[in-house]
Design a protein around this ligand. Structure first.
Ligand code: ZN
Length: 302
């Protein structure tokens, strides 16, 4: 059997990123093969870092556009997507991607037990209890036998439980999209050919996401600003100095540069209009913080 190819991901693909007026969050995750996920995750492909990074960026942008008026939810989901990036791309967390995906499945394989989401291992809970509202109240939520909630949301306590209720939609949508991609991957393995034609997410310079990859604010006609949140800053910094190319694609950034927009020399942030960033001794910087980092790095004293 071939090693398989990373599936094509496009925000224009309405199966992955439907243009619904309200975010369509699945009630539960369908069964999928952990072994197949492992195979996809372990593909030998020099571009897989950027593939996973762009997948997480796209899904985060997609959900964030639905939460843009709910600040708390937006911030907490950014934390969730930063964690996904650490696990899938950076591998800096105690849990592996495989453990994390299994934990998410265990948490979300059957619809929420009740409105007050209890982040326990539903798979194991379901064998012990009858799933109706009265029975939920008898579950001992301090039961530490169940690890899945801890892997995804941290130790069970009131704060983490509240955070989980904000983050669950982001995780459910991420998993829904990942499972569709796993099905595509399985199809490709079986048929030996790609399911869909398209610009390759991971390698093509012409790749460009649509507007839903980040959050914009529109002031006047034609005056649109990219709203930078924790997640955007995190990604820009992680892929420094190519962060905006990872988010928007190389050809988009080249076009901006031809239109006289420049990058911050410290973090790689892109100007949204010409002359937006100040210059100090020929150094272009986006924030005071970036300037002081640069001065320190280059040993410039004032
Ligand atoms: Zn900067």
């Amino acid at each position: 059997m071939s090693n398989g190819k990373l599936p094509i991901v496009s925000m224009e693909d309405e199966e992955l990123f439907p243009k619904d007026s309200v975010l369509n969050v699945p009630q539960a995750l369908p069964p999928f093969s952990f072994a197949l996920f492992e195979q996809l995750y372990n593909i030998t492909d020099e571009n897989k870092t950027i593939w996973w990074s762009r997948l997480i960026i796209s899904v985060r942008g997609y959900v964030a556009n639905y939460f843009k008026n709910e600040e708390q939810k937006l911030f907490l989901n950014d934390d969730a997507f930063i964690l996904l990036h650490k696990i899938f791309v950076e591998k800096t967390e105690p849990s592996s991607a495989i453990q994390f995906v299994e934990a998410l499945y265990n948490l979300f394989c059957i619809p929420y037990l009740a409105d007050g989401f209890i982040y326990k291992d539903q798979l194991r809970l379901s064998t012990n209890i009858q799933l109706n509202d009265e029975d939920v109240s008898i579950i001992n939520v301090d039961d530490t036998r169940f690890r899945s909630g801890e892997i995804v949301f941290g130790k069970f306590n009131e704060t983490n439980s509240a955070i989980a209720s904000y983050q669950k939609d982001g995780y459910l949508v991420f998993m829904k999209i990942l499972i569709i991609l796993l099905n595509t991957f399985a199809f490709q393995l079986k048929e030996g050919k790609e399911k869909k034609k398209g610009i390759r997410f991971d390698i093509d310079n012409e790749w460009q996401p649509d507007d839903r990859v980040v959050l914009y604010q529109q002031f006047f006609t034609g005056n649109r600003t990219w709203l930078l949140y924790d997640f955007d800053r995190y990604i820009i910094n992680f892929h420094r100095p190519n962060g905006v190319c990872v988010i928007f694609g190389r050809s988009y950034v080249e076009k901006k540069k031809r239109n006289n927009c420049h990058l911050c020399e410290a973090c790689g942030m892109l100007e949204q209009q010409p002359f937006q960033f100040p210059i100090f001794r020929n150094i272009k910087f986006c924030t005071e913080n970036c300037l002081s980092n640069l001065l320190e790095e280059r040993n410039i004293t004032l």
